[in-house]
Design a protein around this ligand. Structure first.
Ligand code: NAP
Length: 542
């Protein structure tokens, strides 16, 4: 593009705010900015709204959060008119919900789709961000608002030879809209995190052969998904206010009651009974409604691990396979615990095989399949369920340059620095919804709370005539230290030795630093409010 064209585009598009992303956070941000009457533009890399739920169309994709809480709470009318069908809604149902939200609140008009933001430069003189999108367009904006999600930058390990594979391959988070026909095919799944665990049972019956390449076994609790009863469907409508309050008071923004007992304090019989009941309830009930001390007491955690391993041994018929699937040597919950549907049962099928790549890694993708150090395998299709460059990746994949051209990726090369996830020093008016060092908790609630904070902040700045906001260097250093301390006071930080994304440990070459807050979403929301009430303590306003 010539300079002249560039300048024409610069001036034709000057706005108050640019929103990046049209998932849960971006749509709500658009709704709030629309209400505020701000002149803004949204950019979305995907072909439509939905974020995670637009991209992750892989077989078996669904939430691990109960449908009654995996939704917005900003509109009672919206809740009243939407009815979930399953306990854990499928990708298609969540996407339909977000599409409904976009239509109902007339939000699509603000977004340019199929258009990633590639670069953003802060121009000190004009106090504007120059936001460059993939189509070459440059938008000038006072605020740069990222709503790019925690888990949206796919991680494809740099496998040698992938370009020579003659079959079809896909990363789970870039699953084609038209799907992939796996019927009667020889299929490999690489990865056994929350995603792989959903894909494996979903495709086992239709493929000819399924080979699962597992590096670290996970503690998989059954989701216990099923259709909701009419009464359950009415629950979020009937108890709108109390559910809204409850999710905001829970450390993981989920509508659970703390059980009020510790595994260490009860008899063996009582422990088994509680675990059994929590297992039957499924998913996060097991972690959050069994005992209070699983994340902090090693012995209690080990009781939970033993219980899960005993379930694996009960379900999986072949003892060598059961042993391979049994996690050992790291605490339950220190990797994000997945919820499965017939996960362990699937390994009893004669066409399903498991290959341990913990000590015999995948070294190459070949024209006909893949090769570990000791063996070669042939496949028609390879599915990489290899996760994400979490938390920071979705932000730093955009080349964001602050004052004096400082690169955000460079600034965070030893780990993210933000005050409460919202802002980082040297990058004025860059505000992040669910940003790095914000809590890992039920996402829709975190989206709403962080967007509310951002929009309240913009309003405050307008009312008080402030031109810029950014974190103070001290506040972000203290926050990053606190985030790390909190994780290290529990067993959570131990996941680093088994590559947890919580610590950036799943990405080769990425700094190992805790990148999400485990001190409680409720605690975090209160801290955000306290800072705002004190005139944005920890932030510099000019
Ligand atoms: P993940 O948890 O990071 O799992 C990636 C998997 O790929 C791991 O099993 C990992 O092994 C394996 N892997 C990575 N590189 C490999 C290599 N070179 N060779 C062999 N194996 C390799 O990613 P994910 O399953 O996509 O899930 C990420 C997060 O997304 C979840 O923790 C969750 O928060 C969210 N998610 C949520 C849902 C839901 O709510 N239903 C569903 C899917 C995802 P190691 O463990 O050894 O590193």
């Amino acid at each position: 593009m010539s300079d002249q064209n560039q300048n024409e585009k610069d001036t034709s598009s000057t706005v108050d705010a640019v929103v990046i992303g049209a998932g849960f956070s971006g749509l709500y941000l658009a709704h709030k900015l629309q209400e505020l009457g701000l002149n803004f533009r949204g950019f979305e890399a995907g072909p439509g709204v939905g974020g995670t739920w637009q991209w992750n169309r892989y077989p078996g994709a669904r939430t691990d959060s109960l449908s009654k809480i995996y939704a917005y709470t900003f509109s009672k009318e919206l809740t009243a008119e939407w009815t979930w069908t399953e306990r854990y809604p499928s990708q298609a149902e969540v996407l339909a919900y977000l599409e409904h939200v976009a239509d109902r609140f007339d939000l699509r008009q603000h977004f340019t789709f199929n258009t990633a933001v590639e670069r953003a430069d802060y121009d000190e003189e004009s106090n504007e961000w120059l936001v460059q999108s993939a189509n070459g367009e440059v938008t000038r904006s006072r605020f740069l608002l990222t709503a790019v999600g925690l888990l949206s930058a796919p991680n494809l390990p740099p496998f040698k030879g992938i370009e020579q594979f003659r079959g079809k391959w896909a990363h789970s988070a870039r699953w084609p809209k038209e799907g992939i026909d796996l019927t009667g095919k020889k299929v490999a799944v690489v990865g056994t995190g929350s995603t792989g665990i959903q894909i494996i049972p979903a495709i086992a019956d239709s493929v000819a052969e399924l080979t699962v390449f597992q590096r670290t076994p996970n503690y998989v609790v059954p989701a216990q998904n099923r259709l909701l009863t009419t009464e359950e469907q009415e629950e979020p409508k009937k108890h709108f206010e109390s559910l809204k309050r409850q999710v905001r008071e829970h450390p993981f923004a989920m509508a659970f009651e703390a059980p009020g007992r510790n595994a260490i304090d009860v008899s063996e019989d009582e422990r088994q009974k509680v675990f059994e009941e929590a297992w039957d309830k499924g998913g996060f009930h097991f972690l959050f409604e069994s005992f209070d001390d699983l994340s902090v007491n090693r012995e209690s955690n080990e009781y939970a691990c033993d219980f899960i391993r005993s379930k694996i041994a009960d379900v999986v018929e072949d003892s060598a396979t059961a042993e391979l699937l049994s996690p050992r040597g790291y605490p339950y919950g220190s990797k994000r615990p997945p919820a499965g549907t017939n996960y362990y049962e699937t390994f009893n099928k004669p066409n399903v095989h498991i290959v341990d790549v913990s000590s015999d890694p995948i070294v190459e993708i070949t024209p006909t399949g893949l090769r570990t150090t000791s063996e070669s395998f042939d496949f028609d299709t390879i599915i990489f369920a290899t996760g994400f460059d979490a938390s920071t990746g979705s932000v730093t994949r955009i080349d964001i340059r602050g004052r004096s051209g400082e690169s955000l990726a460079e600034k965070w090369k030893h780990g993210p620095l933000t005050n409460l996830g919202y802002s980082t020093a040297g990058f004025p008016n860059l505000l992040m919804a669910t940003g790095p060092l914000s809590p890992f908790a039920n996402i829709p609630t975190c989206s709403e709370e962080t967007v509310d904070w951002i929009v309240d902040c913009i309003k405050y700045m307008q009312e008080n005539g402030h031109a810029t906001i950014e974190s103070t260097p001290n506040a972000e250093a203290e926050w990053a230290e606190h985030v790390s301390d909190v994780a290290h006071q529990s067993l959570t930080a131990e996941g680093e030795k088994v590559n947890t994304w919580f610590a950036g440990a799943n990405i080769e070459g990425k700094a190992h630093a805790i990148n999400v807050y485990f001190g409680g979403a409720n605690d975090y929301f209160a801290r955000g409010r306290a800072s705002a009430d004190a005139g944005y303590k920890g932030f510099t306003l000019t």
